[in-house]
Design a protein around this ligand. Structure first.
Ligand SMILES: Nc1nc2c(ncn2[C@@H]2O[C@H](COP(=O)(O)OP(=O)(O)OP(=O)(O)O)[C@@H](O)[C@H]2O)c(=O)[nH]1
Ligand SMILES: [Mg+2]
Ligand SMILES: [Zn+2]
Length: 226
């Protein structure tokens, strides 16, 4: 009886995710789960965001999931004091229990926004709630223009989609309109922002992020006052 076992795993994960969500919301921390294939630019996005927001009042923390190394955490620790690495071993996604343990190592009073860089994988990270406020899905031009159609669940679950490495468009065959049409069919109205993380091309992403952070902070402040 395999199906009940799988259901049970997800049920336990959902319960743990709900606890994470409460902990993070009580601490007024806005949490973003960043999901994308290996090498699409998740760490580069977070690094560039931290650098771009250096003079903002917002204080950031990062949890990084990786099978075997602490290389991403080391990169991010150059920009941010609150970085925790989760090594998943053979695990191909983060789960809520791992995030709970990582959150326990972060001084939540010292941050306003928590990025969670999920393990590079377009499939099962989508199904495991971590207690985040939003999911940001990252595709990149180098992966090919069929990835939205082939990974519909990420498109449907994402609050925002980024298409990274837009600087490579002149160099690789990639039908931008085809990807945009697939995204619109799967999740009508979701934003698909074109970015070029390693080329200072964050002008579409940063306003979205700053707006969402401001909304979350003012929303939580009014709940706290009520
Ligand atoms: N041309 C180009 N390269 C990029 C861009 N963003 C990231 N890269 C490069 O893509 C490679 C992978 O970037 P990472 O940020 O390590 O990717 P990741 O998604 O964190 O990868 P994993 O953690 O292994 O899943 C690096 O060599 C980056 O320099 C971009 O906008 N344009
Ligand atoms: Mg990475
Ligand atoms: Zn997995």
């Amino acid at each position: 009886m395999k199906v009940p076992i799988v259901e049970n795993v997800l049920k336990i994960n959902d319960e743990m995710a709900a606890m994470n969500r409460r902990t993070l919301q009580d601490a007024c921390v806005f949490t973003i789960d960043v999901i994308g294939a290996p090498g699409c630019g998740k760490t580069a996005l977070i690094e560039a965001t931290l650098a771009a927001c250096r003079d903002d009042p917002t204080r950031f923390g990062v949890i990084v999931g990786d099978l075997a190394t602490d290389r991403d955490a080391t990169r991010l620790a150059r920009q941010c004091q609150h970085v925790v690495q989760i090594n998943t071993g053979k695990g191909c996604h983060l789960d809520a229990n791992q995030v709970r343990q990582a959150v326990a190592q972060i001084e939540l009073d010292a941050i306003d926004v928590l990025f969670i860089e999920n393990v590079g994988n377009l499939i099962c990270p989508v199904g495991f709630d971590l207690g985040q406020d939003v999911k940001v899905g990252v595709f990149c031009v180098a992966e090919g223009d069929d990835k939205a159609a082939k990974h519909p669940y990420l498109v449907q679950e994402a609050d925002l989609l980024l298409l990274n490495k837009i600087d490579l468009l002149p160099h690789v065959p990639f039908d931008l309109e085809k990807l945009q049409a697939d995204v619109e069919r799967l999740n009508p109205g979701v934003d698909l922002l074109q970015v070029s993380v390693s080329d200072s091309g964050l002008e579409k992403w940063l306003p979205w992020l700053r707006d969402r952070i401001a909304a979350a902070i003012s929303n939580r402040a009014s709940i706290a006052q009520a």
